[in-house]
Ligand binder design. Structure first.
Ligand code: 5BU
Length: 479
């Protein structure tokens, strides 16, 4: 069969199995689209799967020499497997679930440092999914020069990947797809024009498209290699803006977790190390003599040393209950804490409840997306769903408590607890990584240090060591 008629035949088959649909669909990026391409169904059609794998393999001949292939999970995973087996080329598997630190490799298979790997994907819109896989492969020492994709939606993905040093080779473009379907009477003229108009008006390199978070964010430099200051300029939430500005000004991405149980001990520590930190984190409910006076003095110190106050309350109940826990009780957290955090176990309602109190007061919230403790259940789908809740509430949610960077959008701040100058564990399940691992390797923005400072014989000198280690790791990442 001629190349063109072969592609036409393939497009029609994909339409028949509903791998491509027309109507009104919300894309992963949040944008409403008249066309939706979903190849997950292909696992039910082995012959078609082989055909798709073959055309992708032929397209891969335009790529530079590679020694292995890696499918972007999940849809492209079985496709890459067929390509691998049929062509006797080794495959690597990229895990999707968040790293359970120290136990799981994110890339499975055999490889050598410097190996060139070809990335395989079913559909590319902004290019962010391909890029996430590229970034991970890079972290493991692999090189990616090319990626192959079945459908290029022509919304800027090729250009974005090119900027990141990856050449994208596509089998079908969106224009080709709708032209074939129109020609064969599968869609009418109106739908054909609607799709083309949508594609032209929704390019991810078009700065008029609203921000939607994740790597799909168009008008912003999507990579975290932006400086804190540059990121501050993009923030709409006043707390994240102020925090990033403080981080830049004070050259500190250190949050001290002031976990003493007496108010005076906390205030003494905070006055000693306040100049070295961007955040003081509290646990109001472990303070034996918590009082309004304590709060007042802490706020005075925040002004004196220019830091923000983060109450690590980890709200985790239904919206109505957390609303009261945040606003009232003896702690009246919303009156004094710039930042609070929440578990997402209850679902998005926990954020809605908190936002009703904190939204008007210009406060902000972090979501606990991953924990430092051994055996934490906050991983995989839970972490991913947490990221989605954050994206949907980006006016109030400014980032995550996590162990790894979870999204590219530069306005979201990643904060990592379980940090010590030497990695290790405590006797109750806490797991420590070093400032460099947190900021440079895992690409977090900020380190949260408790006992590393509070239990030191000289907390001031120790805080300076952490400040420097954290900030140096950030500078190294920028470089
Ligand atoms: P440490 O002394 O550095 O281990 O204290 C860490 C602080 O961070 C402590 O207040 C914890 O409650 C907090 N924390 C944590 O350690 N791990 C997590 O995943 C989360 C919070 Br969320």
């Amino acid at each position: 069969m001629q190349v063109e008629s072969r592609l036409e035949d393939l497009i029609l088959k994909l339409f028949d199995i509903e791998g491509v649909k027309f109507g009104d669909f919300k894309l992963k990026s949040g944008i409403q689209s008249p066309a939706y391409f979903d190849l997950r169904v292909i696992v039910s059609y082995p012959k078609l799967m082989r055909e798709v794998s073959q055309v992708l393999w032929e397209t891969a001949k335009n790529a530079q020499k590679f020694v292995s292939i890696c499918g972007v999970p999940y849809t492209a995973l079985p496709i890459a497997s067929v390509m691998s087996v049929d062509n006797d080329v080794p495959m690597l598997i990229r895990r999707r679930e968040a790293k359970d630190y120290g136990t799981k490799k994110m890339i499975e298979g055999k490889y050598e440092k410097g190996d060139v790997c070809l990335v395989v994907e079913d559909v590319v819109t902004s290019g962010s999914s391909v890029y996430e896989t590229v970034e991970l492969l890079n972290e493991y020492g692999l090189q990616v020069k090319d990626a192959v994709v079945l459908l290029e939606r022509e919304q800027g993905g090729t250009e974005r990947l090119k900027r990141d040093g990856v050449n994208l080779h596509s089998v079908i473009t969106m224009t080709q797809l709708v032209s074939v379907l129109k020609k064969n009477g599968k869609i009418d003229e109106t739908m054909y024009s609607r799709v083309l108009k949508f594609v032209a008006g929704n390019r991810f390199d078009n700065p008029t498209i609203p921000s939607v978070g994740s790597g799909d964010t168009p008008a912003k430099k999507a990579k975290s290699e932006m400086t804190y200051k540059e990121r501050a300029n993009l923030c709409k939430n006043s707390v994240s803006k102020q925090l990033l500005e403080i981080m830049e000004q004070k050259q500190s991405n250190l949050a001290v977790s002031a976990d003493h149980t007496s108010a005076s001990d906390i205030l003494q520590l905070v006055d000693q190390v306040g100049s070295k930190v961007c955040i003081v984190k509290t646990h109001a409910d472990i303070i034996d003599d918590f009082s309004d006076t304590f709060v007042h003095k802490l706020q005075e110190l925040a002004k004196k040393h220019n830091f923000l106050i983060f109450e690590d309350r980890k709200f985790g109940d239904i919206g109505n209950t957390v609303l009261h826990q945040y606003k009232g009780g003896i702690h009246k957290i919303a009156d004094w804490a710039d930042i609070v955090n929440a578990h997402t176990v209850p679902g998005a309602g926990v954020v809605t409840g908190l936002k009703q109190v904190g939204g008007d007061k210009n406060k902000a919230c972090l979501l606990v997306a991953e924990m430092s403790s051994s055996g934490s259940l906050a991983k995989g789908d839970y972490t991913r769903a947490t990221v989605e809740i954050a994206k949907e509430n980006s006016d109030f949610v400014i980032g995550f408590i996590c162990q790894n960077k979870l999204m590219d959008d530069p306005v979201f701040i990643h904060m990592t607890p379980g940090v010590k100058l030497k990695s290790g564990t405590d006797s109750l399940g806490q797991q420590y990584i070093t400032p460099k691992d947190a900021v440079f390797v895992n690409k977090s923005d900020l380190i949260i240090v408790g006992r590393g400072i509070t239990a030191a014989s000289d907390p001031v000198a120790e805080a300076e060591l952490y400040r420097k280690a954290g900030y140096d790791a950030y500078l190294e990442r920028l470089a």
